[in-house]
Write a new protein. Structure first.
Length: 392
């Protein structure tokens, strides 16, 4: 009888997972059952629910899982609502796996599952209160494994390598039958600040070429340009967004995959009181540089998702001038304690932000699935080739 019940449970789990991936069971609810051999996890049983995320404002019971943007922009409903409305690939579906007090945001696209991340994502993490225990993160990983078993491999990315939740989540995933393989993904550039040192102290620590450029160009800009700094919704913000788009069109950067994402995020952030939109205009009102920062008042962090300058005006360094003016305002007026220049290791970022925050990805594969076994083999081969290339 026990063997029959066990087989019935396994068949039910397989059917639930198949329905989830096929798109027919978005609202499925089941009890999390640990695999044999995971005795230490057996007492932790979490009610599990997988729900589709609406492409508009999240319902109240779901919003409670997110951080306020004043504390963590990248884990806020503001960020994810904007992402769902303006930056999802066609044919994809955003999902929330709710396991106890933990919520894992996922993206299903073309039969594959990944973290709910886009080219705009600066950091991804599962959501949960600050007092979530390691045992709860482990059980959440076990819940996620229950949905990924016997399916093609999944991928998580943009994860801070020292995240406290990562190890217990991966422990739960592996206890649930998945194989987890971490890999280097990208990084963010940051600059911790000494408030007592102020703008002058921050500037003194910059490389001398940048310091000299800032000093020289700020003097020239004082005669020929002006800063327009916008924090609130209204006609002034819309005028600033028009300038933002105009500068973007004349910049060196490639076309945006989702051109309405940044304007929508700026509007939402203005309503929440966390945006600082800066536009540098010439005397005739022509915008020549634009950028926006998101300020977390609870953490003292300021983040810059996008910054552009008119390439035809490059000789006068409008981008450098605007960044200097914005950073000075953030230090002197907003009293921020950290500058975050975002994802990517562009050479200019190292001038402003000396420290690196490594971001990793995780391959999650079930070796019993042909695509999972192939993905693990490719991962192992890639590591071997890198070692041979590096001579290690």
């Amino acid at each position: 009888m026990n063997a029959l019940l066990s087989r019935q449970r396994q068949d039910r789990d397989r059917a639930a997972v198949a329905g989830w991936v096929a798109g027919g069971q978005s609202g499925l609810r089941r009890e999390l059952l640990p695999k044999a051999g995971t005795r230490s996890l057996a007492p932790m049983r979490l009610a599990q629910e997988l729900v589709p995320l609406p492409p508009s404002r999240f319902p109240g019971e779901l919003r409670s899982a997110f951080s306020p943007p004043q504390r963590d922009v990248w884990a806020s409903a503001l960020w994810y609502e904007t992402t769902l409305a303006h930056a999802l690939p066609a044919g994809s579906e955003a999902l929330a796996l709710r396991a106890g007090r933990c919520t894992v945001l996922l993206l299903r696209h073309g039969g594959r599952v990944s973290a709910l991340a886009t080219p705009y994502t600066q950091a991804w993490r599962p959501l949960g209160p600050e007092d979530v225990t390691q045992a709860e993160w482990t059980a959440a990983g076990l819940a996620l494994a229950g949905l990924l078993r016997f399916r093609p491999p999944a991928r998580l990315e943009a994860i801070e390598s020292d995240a406290a939740w990562l190890a217990p989540l991966l422990s739960g995933l592996e206890a649930g039958g998945m194989v987890a393989r971490c890999f280097a993904h990208t990084l963010r550039r940051i600059a911790p600040l000494d408030l007592a040192a102020g703008w002058s102290g921050y500037l003194a620590e910059r490389p001398s070429p940048l310091r000299n450029t800032i000093s020289r160009r700020l003097k020239a800009a004082a005669r020929t340009a002006r800063l327009e700094l916008i924090r609130h919704s209204g006609p002034e913000l819309e005028r600033g967004l028009s300038a933002f788009r105009a500068v973007r069109a004349r910049s060196w950067k490639p076309e945006e995959p989702f051109p309405e994402f940044d304007p929508a995020l700026i509007r939402a952030a203005a309503e929440a009181g966390v945006v600082r939109l800066g536009v540098l205009r010439e005397a005739d009102d022509t915008p020549i540089a634009a950028q926006y920062w998101l300020v977390e008042s609870e953490t003292g962090r300021a983040l810059v998702p996008k910054l552009f300058h008119d390439e035809a005006k490059r000789a006068s360094s409008p981008g450098t001038v605007l960044t200097a003016l914005m950073v000075r305002h953030l230090i002197e007026e907003d009293r921020v304690r950290m500058l975050d220049f975002g994802r990517g290791d562009d050479a200019y970022k190292a001038l402003w932000a000396p420290d690196r925050v490594p971001l990793v990805g995780v391959l999650l594969a079930d070796p019993r699935h042909p695509l999972g076994a192939a993905a693990l083999a490719c991962h192992a081969l890639g590591r071997l080739l890198r070692r041979l290339r590096d001579g290690s």
